[in-house]
Design a protein around this ligand. Structure first.
Ligand SMILES: N[C@@H](CCC(=O)N[C@@H](CS)C(=O)NCC(=O)O)C(=O)O
Length: 153
């Protein structure tokens, strides 16, 4: 396996991964901000002390839109966190830069579309398709890591 500096210089694979993964982390932050904004807009708070601060204990309640944000965030955690591991290790396997870029961009695009479709209540097929697309790229990276690791046992 090449050293970190080599990967950075030669293939532009690691910088591609760092770019896409950091954008995805910022995307997750955005979901958190939208969740907080939705709580304020719908007056639906997760803690009694928050509700008291914003008008009374009656606002210590759940809300379908807030729940939707939380599900989008949970789905991000189920998919993006594994990508942070898989993409990083994959970057060190010496993949063809173009193929690696395609993997990372598919995950980035898939996850952004998933969030937009989920929060925007779009046709569920768009969300499912985006989910499957991003997962497909992640499974591809996982299989390549397993393959490489198995050959170094
Ligand atoms: N934990 C997921 C596993 C399957 C999954 O991630 N499905 C995608 C595409 S249908 C999804 O957007 N699920 C909705 C969600 O996780 O809230 C679930 O409960 O649905």
């Amino acid at each position: 396996m090449p050293a970190l500096g080599q990967v950075m210089e030669n293939g532009q694979v690691l910088p591609a991964f760092l770019l896409c993964s950091t954008l995805l982390i910022i995307k997750m932050y955005a979901v958190g901000v939208i969740t907080g904004y939705t709580r304020l807009r719908k007056k639906a708070f997760a803690n009694p002390e928050d509700a008291l601060r914003h008008g009374g204990l009656q606002f210590y309640r759940s809300d379908p839109d807030v729940e939707r944000c939380l599900r989008a965030h949970r789905n991000d955690m189920e998919t993006i966190y594994p990508f942070l591991f898989l993409g990083f290790i994959y970057s060190f396997l010496g993949p063809t830069p173009l193929i690696a870029w395609i993997h990372f961009l598919v995950v980035l695009t898939g996850r952004v579309v998933h969030t937009v479709a989920y929060l925007g209540k779009l046709n569920p097929r768009i969300r499912s398709g985006a989910y499957v697309l991003a997962q497909f790229a992640c499974v591809s990276m996982a299989l390549q890591i397993i393959w490489e690791a198995a050959h170094h046992l």
